[in-house]
Design a protein around this ligand. Structure first.
Ligand SMILES: [Zn+2]
Length: 60
């Protein structure tokens, strides 16, 4: 199971998207912005197959 999350990049303020797995309850990943290539650190919590928390910030 996967879900596509969209977010507003903190660096370039453009919308970007990341595909996450819903198989793990707590995840931290680093994804490069599709527009400006800045690394974004993403944290999600998954409960019952749904994302219940989605935080992101610049990874540096
Ligand atoms: Zn960006």
């Amino acid at each position: 199971m996967e879900e596509v999350l969209t977010f507003c990049c903190p660096s370039c303020l453009q919308h970007s998207a990341v595909t996450v797995s819903l198989m793990e309850r707590r995840q931290r990943l680093v994804e490069d912005c599709q527009n400006c290539c800045e690394p974004i650190q993403i944290e999600i919590d998954v409960r019952d197959g749904a994302v219940v928390r989605f935080d992101y910030r610049l990874a540096n």
